[in-house]
Write a protein that binds this ligand. Structure first.
Ligand code: 0PR
Length: 379
């Protein structure tokens, strides 16, 4: 640190200069985050100093968090769900599996996850000392049920299904996974970090949330399709017991027990999530999802015109385009200031997420660039 103070305007000038080095969202086709809704930003600013780690000092924002949990629970088929606003999908997944492990009461367990699971499950295996068993995918890139069946055993503490996979936006057969989980008395966690704010607003309906009776917990992230500010994650449990399985005593705080992973945690993101959910309502989210799906169909139609097809027919606003040499195409696209990502082997493809910040105009520009790259390169 410097010895001498630096005047505020000089510090701000440094910040502005550094901020200008960030890329701009309108060229991001790789991210599951987006520009937060303006009302989320206002709410975030308003609650910046609040700490949900000591909720007795901030009962107002603690109540907003409870209301967010209630709204999410109601949206996902369980109005009395318990849970909290976490820092994101990783924390929610960690905590869901930790609760399942604690409830199962064994430390030498394993979890069975689809091969398409987000890398947070690898962190979970390491952190919680659980073996992570990865079930194969079928040809539509959903988890293969017979593969899941073959991996489950008496040491399995949790089974995971994904409602909106990170790479393909695919939805696993949650009802069938739930049957397996119920039969064996295992916790079924559904990772809907991305899909949680998409699936309820699609024309086509999927059975994936608490309306499926074997689903024990759900990850749903307001800082992805929920248009909230970062860091806003959501973790919901069907009952109260799972949340209790996470609690530690907090002797000297205003509340005797704490279930969250982090101690000090921002109330700003909870307030932002509350604000955006109240302001948009179901109709606003439906409009936003319709917009993103329209972009998705526009992109896929344009890609087909230049001879490229998606790995699966998009279910949500995630598209994996089967281009030749995806890594090289990605590199060329980056040179043209398009930020795209890739799916893993063995289904390597160009991965594109059509978020609220994207426009049809920019998709057309993107497709022109993609076409030129494919024509001019020998990939
Ligand atoms: N579960 C699923 C299904 C996810 O897709 C993700 C993240 C997580 C859990 C973990 O969530 P957190 O990152 O909130 O802990 N999916 C995105 C991904 O890994 C996250 C992301 C967002 C990455 C924006 C890059 C980016 O620019 O692709």
């Amino acid at each position: 640190m410097r010895d001498k103070a630096l005047p505020e305007d000089e510090v701000m000038a440094i910040l502005a200069q550094t901020r200008a080095r960030n890329y701009s969202y309108d060229r991001f086709l790789s991210t599951m985050c987006t520009l937060p809704h303006p009302i989320a930003v206002r709410a975030h600013d308003m609650f910046l100093e609040t700490n949900l780690g000591d909720p007795g000092l901030f009962p107002g924002v603690a109540e907003l968090e409870e209301r967010v949990v209630a709204m999410l629970g109601e949206m996902l088929g369980c109005p009395d769900a318990s849970g909290y606003v976490s820092t994101g999908g990783t924390e929610s997944n960690i905590q869901a599996i930790r609760a399942a492990r604690n409830e199962a009461g064994r430390k030498d367990g394993n979890i069975v996850v689809p091969a398409s699971a987000h890398f947070s499950f690898d962190k979970i295996g390491d952190l919680l000392c659980l073996e992570v068993r990865k079930a194969e995918l079928d040809e539509s890139l959903k988890v293969d049920l017979s593969s899941v069946e073959s991996l489950l055993d008496e040491r399995t503490v949790a089974l995971v299904g994904i409602a909106g996979t990170t790479e393909f936006g695919q939805v696993d057969p949650i009802e069938q996974l739930a049957e397996m989980a119920v039969e064996r008395g295992i916790h079924l966690h559904v990772d809907a970090a991305f899909g949680g704010f998409v699936l309820p607003f699609l024309e086509k309906k999927y059975a994936w949330d608490f309306s499926v009776s074997g689903v024990s917990s759900i990850t749903i992230d307001p800082h992805k399709m929920g248009m909230s500010t970062i860091p806003a994650g959501g973790l919901l449990f069907r009952g109260q017991e799972c949340l209790s399985a996470l609690e530690t005593e907090t002797h000297y705080l205003t509340k005797a027990r704490q279930a969250s992973l982090t101690g000090t945690r921002s109330g700003a993101a909870a307030a932002a999530t509350y604000a955006v959910m109240m302001h948009l309502g179901r109709e606003g989210f439906k409009r936003m999802v319709d917009y993103c799906m329209d972009l998705t169909h526009h992109l896929v139609a344009g890609a087909r015109e230049i001879g490229i097809s998606p790995a699966i027919e998009p279910i949500m606003n995630v598209v994996a385009l089967q281009v030749p040499s995806p890594a090289k195409v990605r590199e060329e696209l980056m040179k043209k200031d398009w930020h795209v990502s890739m799916t893993r082997e063995p289904n390597r493809a160009l991965r594109l997420i059509l978020m609220r910040h994207m426009t049809r105009e920019n998709i057309d520009l993107f497709l022109e660039d993609l076409k030129a790259i494919l024509i001019h390169s020998q990939f």
